[in-house]
Design a protein around this ligand. Structure first.
Ligand code: SAM
Length: 245
């Protein structure tokens, strides 16, 4: 698989190239490396803004938030933590056990599934809603993860995605550019001690589709509708995709 060698503290580290379709094992290893410092780095870099974005995402789940909910690419389970007292049942799925281990305390009632989003070991029509925070863009062949999400949703189910899509407006390009090139590697690197991982995360945003492209991917996979908007500040966006009733 393609990797980009990155020198750090005299040590050559190989990180995946964002966009490489074979990058899954390296992405998993990278998240395992940063799992311990992930929440601290996130808190410092987002200054809590992500919590407001997550609240909007949960609002958009609507009634589904009270049903059976999937937290896809759950990581350290921030969404699960916010859904734990609301959802009838909660499943947190991620292919990095180390990330899940760090977050499990946030939603002790959640069922933990360590698996690839492209091949979920979950029966058809298991969930009323699914939410994915900042995860899908790391999945190689994201269209497979989208198709799998459609499969595990019940008719009328809703899929809410919050992510850093490729910016399209001038303001978003300026903000995302500064954030990705400066804040993310610098602050993420200092807090986690792994600047290469945060450089990869910044690259993964540039290599990812824009929001309209992701909406089209959802419709192509079979979702009846998919529509979103830019959140504030305009670095992240939300997409809501609905399965036909
Ligand atoms: C940036 S973290 C986001 C975590 C969390 N959802 C949040 O909102 O903070 C991305 C997560 O996606 C997971 N991930 C990436 N590719 C995956 C795949 N193919 N299958 C399952 N999980 C994946 C990673 O292990 C990581 O925990």
């Amino acid at each position: 698989m393609s990797t980009a060698p990155v020198g750090g503290a005299g040590e050559a580290v190989s990180i995946p190239v964002a966009g490489d379709p074979t990058r899954a094992p390296a992405v998993r290893a990278m998240f395992a490396r940063i799992a311990t410092g992930y929440d601290t780095a996130n808190a410092v870099m987002s200054m809590g803004i992500d919590r407001a974005w997550r609240k909007i995402a949960i609002r958009e789940l609507g009634h589904a938030a009270r049903g059976d909910v999937l937290d896809l690419c759950a990581g350290t389970m921030d969404f699960s933590g916010m859904l734990k007292d609301r959802a009838q049942s909660l499943t947190a799925l991620d292919f990095c056990q180390e990330m899940l281990d760090k977050g499990q305390y946030k939603a002790p009632n959640a069922r933990i599934v360590c698996a690839d989003a492209r091949e979920m070991p979950i029966p058809d029509q298991s969930f009323d809603g699914a939410v994915a925070g900042f995860g899908i863009r790391n999945v190689p062949e994201p269209e497979r993860a989208v198709a799998e999400t459609l499969r595990v949703l019940r008719p009328g189910g809703v899929f809410v995605v919050v992510d850093f899509f490729k910016p399209t407006t001038l303001l978003a390009k300026l903000m995302a550019g500064t954030y990705n090139r400066v804040v993310l590697p610098l602050v993420g690197g200092i807090v986690s001690g792994d600047a290469s991982a945060y450089r990869y995360l910044a690259e993964s945003m540039a290599a990812w589709t824009d929001r309209a492209g992701f909406e089209a991917m959802c419709r192509k996979a079979g979702f009846a509708e998919a529509k979103g908007w830019e959140l504030f500040p305009p670095v992240a966006s939300i997409v809501i995709a609905r399965k036909a009733p």
